[in-house]
Design a protein around this ligand. Structure first.
Ligand code: SP5
Ligand code: ZN
Length: 360
């Protein structure tokens, strides 16, 4: 076996204070599926292997976030919690929207007439009831962006693979929307930063169980950033209103969005078949930058909120297949909620990707 240098894991502890505590599942309060333990178990499992080195993120400031998100969305993420507490919100409990700005109202609602407290206008910027904000959310969201941007810096400096252990995740966050446990779209911010540094063709591959509606929205009309996603069929899976195969992008981005919805129960063999289609599209696109990978392990058969049927061994097969693209990879953590299996799945996936990339 040839000696390989350690693969960097970029992580921080800022996410520990982002703990939304409860969400509703079938009307019942349950522990938030996006728990801090998710990131801790992945980090510990990888560090136990010896092939990885833990590195802290460096601060990249607000500009890369503003290159992707509207200023009013950033203002909301930065201040909704403090506005709520100033208005009497009990800080022991998370902040959740209760009243959504739907089409009928949005059509005749000038945005400068939104309620003045950011907490009172949360329903204009959040599309679900499962994205709790707590005191530590803002710092965690910013740290996740710094993790992602530090990861891409390291890849551009020559690493074939860097893993950004982002939490909160990002792919559901749109230009002007939060949701799906996501606040800032880490992967989109990385893709845009690659364009800002001169890339002309950036590919984002999303293998999280859920469709990355935010990433798709951000690059919908862009021909320079391709978005390719494998995900549970939105006819029966969150986020329900996005991710259909008929969604292919528009304007300069027409054909630069590829959605591959998968039926419930899809196993490793069928998944790899769809992955080959995704990888062929990325090859044909001809990326001139590292691959941005939105990496979720919620495709696992025992994931508590999803319905695909992958096994731990399948993640190694997927990792090898992605390595066959022959381009370096910025892997950014998205979802995955079967906490007991996350460590093994991350080890299997990243180990195979790492080997495949260093063998080329
Ligand atoms: C990053 C990421 O993976 N976000 C996922 C957010 C999903 N949020 C709510 C899903 C609700 C699905 N309810 C399914 C109940 C199955 N018993
Ligand atoms: Zn997911």
């Amino acid at each position: 076996m040839p000696e390989r240098s350690a693969t960097p894991i970029i992580a921080s502890d800022h996410h520990l204070a982002h703990d939304g505590l409860i969400e509703l599942a079938g009307g019942q309060p349950v522990r938030c599926y996006d728990s801090p333990e998710r990131a801790t178990v992945i980090r510990d499992a990888l560090l136990a292997i010896g092939d990885y080195s833990l590195e802290a993120p460096s601060e990249h400031g607000p500009d890369p976030i503003a290159a992707v998100h509207d200023l009013e969305l950033i203002d909301l993420v930065e201040h909704a919690w403090t506005d709520a507490v100033a208005d009497g919100h009990d800080p022991r409990y998370p902040l959740l929207p209760d009243t959504f700005l739907l089409r009928e109202y949005a059509r005749r609602m000038p945005l400068d007439q939104l309620p003045t407290g950011r907490h009172d206008r949360l329903g204009a910027y959040c599309f679900d009831t499962a994205t709790p904000i707590v005191a530590g959310t803002t710092a965690a969201a910013r740290a996740a962006v710094d993790i992602a941007l530090t990861a891409v810096d390291r890849v551009l400096a020559g690493e074939p693979l860097v893993y950004g252990l982002c939490r909160p995740p990002g792919h559901h966050a749109g230009r002007n929307l939060i949701g799906g446990y996501c606040f800032y779209n880490n992967a989109a911010i990385v893709a845009q930063s690659l364009v800002a540094r001169g890339a002309q063709r950036v590919a984002v591959l999303d293998v999280d169980f859920h469709h990355g509606n935010g990433t798709q929205q951000i690059f919908w009309e862009r021909g320079d950033v391709m978005y390719v996603s494998l995900h549970g069929d939105p006819r029966g899976s969150y986020p329900y209103y996005s991710g259909y195969a008929t969604e292919r992008g528009a304007e300069a981005g027409e054909g630069a969005t590829l959605n591959l919805p998968l039926p419930a129960g899809t196993d490793g063999d069928a998944y790899l078949g769809a992955l080959d289609e995704a990888l062929d599209a990325i090859r044909a696109f001809g990326a001139d930058a590292p691959l941005v990978l939105s990496l979720g392990f919620d495709t696992y058969h025992a994931d508590p909120i999803c319905n695909l049927a992958l096994q731990t061994d399948d993640y190694a097969r997927i990792g090898s297949r992605i390595a066959s693209l022959g381009i370096s990879v910025v892997a950014l953590q998205e979802g995955g909620y079967a906490v007991e299996a996350l460590g093994a799945n991350a080890v299997a996936f990243l180990g195979a990707l790492r080997e495949g990339l260093s063998d080329r």
